[in-house]
Write a protein that binds this ligand. Structure first.
Ligand SMILES: *[C@@H]1O[C@H](CO)[C@@H](O)[C@H](O)[C@H]1NC(C)=O
Ligand SMILES: *[C@@H]1O[C@H](CO)[C@@H](O)[C@H](O)[C@H]1NC(C)=O
Length: 469
């Protein structure tokens, strides 16, 4: 009797602790898992059949180039990568280190029907691995952000993280915004309908768009449609969304037919023509996924009873200050809970002079949380950061560098380190020392308890003295 009670309490507390944003995010990215970035596993990439070159558009340096070069074996080779790069052992280690959140970079190609196979080349089968990993994370009580990291058409030139290195950036077009919205409808539906996704609390619209907003036309409209698609799926499911209601009754328990009828007949503001068209395009994809992955709940969702208790997802964008040149403010897109993401790397230049004093002075006086809050971009978390430097850093400096960054980012909602791990090999050399969370903890730069620092006063002598204004 007592143990049944204990179990019930545990289940209830597990459920509620996973709803919404963790009070303070102590997180890591699951980078190079479902979007592989060859630089993070240089030997593994060569062993798979990849190549290394200075200009990543000129050799087999990305998933796209790999799948194009090896159409017959790509799925099998990537399946092996997916099942070995992120494992139950990794989940156990994250849990033992007190990590409460992971950000999971995903490509648009994880929704396989979105890939135009005549001109686009990507491995298939990632969705099963995503579900496998989400189950393991859920069982460990670790919350997850689904991060649309690599967008259809490529959102940033010359980067492995978009899945294809190219200067031909086509994301900021009607056709590719549309595909990203179909992706969003599918991921939102899966999140609410498949219990394997129950640790997911947020979906991030676009990882690292081009920083110059004059090169991202209509991105503000896309942001609004992104939120509307998420909320439209939720309203159809009977999930309450603050401030909006569905103007009709859903008659069927078959989710895909419910979505079809709502998208065809609702006259609510949320359902503009583009949102409707994205929802309708997601229907056959969801039907297929439902059969293929045996997600029966797609065809028999528990209307009203269970869903009226569910929380809407947190819609998540890079913060307004990620872009310059008069960017759209993602805060203007919000309907219901929303969160903001900023990334900060000192090693690529442009932030502080390349020396330890300048780095600490900069991070100890960081005012990004306050600047974003002034524009409505709260809560803010730092979804990518690490320990890399433009100079050779001592162990003593890296202790301070880790502390000072954690303190700065914890002024917001918290932080998500890039990356949970990197390859350890002769070819990788020192890569893991400043890029791997696991290695950083092992070497002592990152404290075993992520909420702690070695020295809470690390910033005292670097802080600009408060002026009386
Ligand atoms: C649910 O509806 C879809 C059409 O949206 C249909 O293809 C599917 O067969 C239906 N499934 C069940 C189990 O009724
Ligand atoms: C702030 O003032 C203290 C004490 O006057 C001094 O030790 C410290 O160096 C000053 N900090 C900066 C960044 O100027």
């Amino acid at each position: 009797m007592k143990s049944i009670f204990a179990l019930l309490t545990l289940l209830i507390s597990l459920q509620s602790s996973l709803a919404g944003i963790p009070d303070k995010i102590y997180g890591v990215n699951l980078g190079s898992w479902l979007v592989l970035e060859a630089w993070m596993l240089p030997q593994g990439w060569l062993d798979m059949g990849g190549q290394q070159c200075n200009d990543c558009s000129q050799c087999i340096a990305t998933e796209f180039a790999f799948a194009q070069a090896y159409p017959k074996t790509v799925d099998e080779i990537f399946d092996k990568h997916w099942s070995t790069w992120f494992t139950q052992d990794d989940v156990n280690q994250l849990k033992s280190l007190g990590i409460n959140t992971v950000r999971i970079p995903l490509g648009y190609w994880i929704v396989e029907a979105l890939v135009d196979r005549k001109t686009e080349f990507f491995p298939r089968g990632g969705i099963r691995q995503l579900i496998r990993g989400l189950k393991q994370l859920r069982d460990a009580g670790i919350a997850a952000i689904l991060d649309h990291h690599a967008l259809p058409g490529v959102q940033t030139p010359g980067q492995m993280f978009t899945g294809r290195c190219t200067s031909d950036v086509e994301f900021y077009t009607e056709a590719n915004y549309h595909r990203a919205l179909v992706w969003t409808a599918g991921m939102t539906a899966l999140t609410h309908l498949d219990p394997d996704f129950s640790s997911v609390f947020a979906i991030e619209a676009v990882n690292e768009p081009i920083m110059d907003a004059s090169q991202t036309p209509n991105y503000g409209d896309f942001q609004k449609n992104f939120v509307k698609v998420v909320r439209a799926v939720e309203l159809t499911l009977g999930i309450p969304v603050p401030g909006v209601q569905l103007d009709m009754k859903v008659q069927t328990k078959n989710f895909t037919s419910a979505l079809t009828s709502v998208a065809s007949t609702s006259t609510s503001d949320i359902f503009n023509a583009e949102v409707k068209s994205a929802l309708l395009a997601s229907v056959p994809i969801l039907v297929e996924l439902g059969f293929e992955l045996s997600i029966g709940s797609i065809f028999s969702f528990n209307l009203a009873t269970a869903n009226s208790q569910r929380e809407p997802l947190v819609t998540n964008f890079m913060d307004i200050n990620w872009q310059h040149n008069n960017p759209a403010n993602p805060a203007n897109a919000a309907i219901g809970p929303q969160g903001y993401d900023n990334h900060l790397y000192y090693s690529f230049g442009g932030v502080a002079d390349p020396n330890p004093e300048a780095y600490l002075t900069s991070i100890c006086n960081l005012n990004r949380v306050q600047n974003d809050a002034a524009l409505g971009n709260s809560p803010l978390w730092f979804g990518e950061w690490g320990l890399p430097t433009q100079f050779s850093a001592t162990d003593d400096f890296l202790n301070k560098w880790a502390d000072a960054q954690k303190l700065a980012y914890s002024q917001g909602r918290g932080w998500i380190f890039w990356n949970f791990k990197t390859e350890i090999s002769d070819l990788a050399g020192d890569l893991s020392r400043q890029w791997s969370y696991f290695d950083g903890v092992k070497r002592g730069y990152l404290t075993k308890d992520p909420s702690q620092v070695h020295d809470p006063h690390v910033c005292d002598s670097y802080r600009a003295n408060a002026t009386a204004t």
